[in-house]
Ligand binder design. Sequence first.
Ligand code: AP5
Length: 217
Amino acid sequence: MASFIVLLGPPGVGKGTQATIIAKKMGLPHISSGDLFRENMKNQTDLGKQVQAFMDRGELVPDDLTIAMVRERLSRPDCAKGAILDGFPRTPEQARALSGILGTRSADVGLVPFLNADPDVLVERLSGRLTCRAGGHVYHRKFNPPAVNGKCDVDGSDLMQREDDKAETVSRRLRVYMEQTSPLINHYKAEGKLVEINGELPVEQVTAALERAIGIR
Ligand code: AP5
């Protein structure tokens, strides 16, 4: 039975950090809609050009573009046994589309771990985040600093601040999350799939709670 897990939660709560760890442990692909958009922007594809302004402003990319991109990604053979979804779905329309996409292969979303943290914690995490240019590896100035200042431990490339991690854009992203994505909490609660996890704990403790919720520990 395929295992599709949706990591839900506000910007900066640690979805990407945890999805990377859990996906590796479960041998499933980590599908991050934000990473897919950033890859398209980096490669200057038509999609990348269309989404750049939305992302820079901290607004959601329109549902039709987002759903088409994730539908294509989920159709690839590495998703046959499931996937860890990070940052998708983000609207009720996207949640319906995901059910439809998975339904065509007799699968469904299995579990929705909802990582939550106080807004002050989110702002501190986003303002201190450093991302590597080459591979998107993620660090934090205080909580997870690289061994060599400004350089990625994995590939040695330069670390930078994401454009949308600047203070004015962060506050818009948090507002957009409250208005457009937080309704999914009740959506998945009503389906009996939501498990709330304290995202304020250190990385290892959040991972342990996730593993217990998923049943891999
Ligand atoms: P996206 O890339 O998905 O950003 P996000 O949801 O805002 O999430 P983040 O990547 O900012 O945070 P995260 O929760 O993954 O935290 P992380 O692990 O990095 O989306 C960006 C944009 O793309 C959107 O604004 C929108 O424009 C567009 N988009 C994407 N998906 C879309 C969709 N479905 N529909 C429409 N538009 C879409 O951690 C953050 C920092 O904290 C790091 O520095 C990390 O090292 C640190 N950290 C993590 N965990 C801990 C911990 N437990 N303790 C201490 N530090 C920690």
